[in-house]
Design a protein around this ligand. Structure first.
Ligand SMILES: [Zn+2]
Length: 216
């Protein structure tokens, strides 16, 4: 099988190999082993950098599938040279790793990554307003209503008392509809979309402090 994929993360595995976390067009999110990619002389290593787009073969392995004959399709050099752009790419990758299930292809999410990386590489999308709008768009692509969405239960758009989330409800609900056990989405300010990602994922995002810092 051949896949086209964005590399979300690349981590050492023992002394020789690397674990490559990808979002692929054909198979959705996957974790692959890149054999020998840990060695500095490895040709494969050049094609396993995070925040790049690659094409590669995938074959069955003992535990995890194995990446073969990887080729870089887009390295996004300008994006890698810009700290704000890199911070956003890192955030998008973490959101994908935390919120996207394995083996669930998603053409809309593939398009989102394609366009966002092109914009980041071109130096667009680097103001607080555009980054926030992109974060909201990503939440929507992932199936969660953004801050300007409607209450998932009563469909009202007004939210004078802010939004709430609940583990059993896939989206935001208004104060009137919020069931017992709901948590406010305003932990870091209602306008902070990053906080909404953390509430949705139920985890702190390691990439958010840097993204917030570079956007100030
Ligand atoms: Zn409601």
């Amino acid at each position: 099988m051949t896949i086209h994929a964005f590399i979300l993360a690349s981590r050492p595995l023992g002394e020789r190999d690397r674990i490559i976390s990808v979002f692929s067009r054909e198979e959705g999110r996957m974790v692959l082993v890149a054999k020998g990619a840990q060695r500095s002389t490895s040709v494969q290593r050049m094609h396993t950098d995070a925040f790049s787009q690659i094409t590669c073969g995938v074959v069955r392995g003992r535990a995890l599938p194995i990446m073969t004959s990887a080729q870089t399709v887009h390295a996004y050099p300008e994006m890698h040279a810009s700290l704000p752009a890199l911070a956003m790419a890192s955030f998008m990758s973490e959101a994908c790793e935390r919120l996207v299930p394995f083996h669930d292809p998603d053409e809309a999410l593939w398009d989102f990554f394609t366009h966002a990386y092109e914009d980041l590489n071109a130096g667009r999308l680097l103001t607080r307003a555009t980054i926030t709008a992109r974060q909201e768009a990503l939440l929507t692509v992932l199936g969660y209503p953004g801050p300007r969405g409607r209450c998932a239960l009563c469909l009202r758009e007004e939210h004078p008392n802010g939004w709430f989330t609940h583990a059993d409800i896939g989206g935001r609900v208004c104060a009137s509809c919020a069931p017992r056990g709901s948590v406010t989405a305003s932990g870091a300010g209602i306008g902070d979309v990053g906080a909404q990602f953390e509430v949705t994922a139920g985890a702190r995002f390691a990439s958010l402090p840097l993204l917030r810092a570079v956007l100030q």
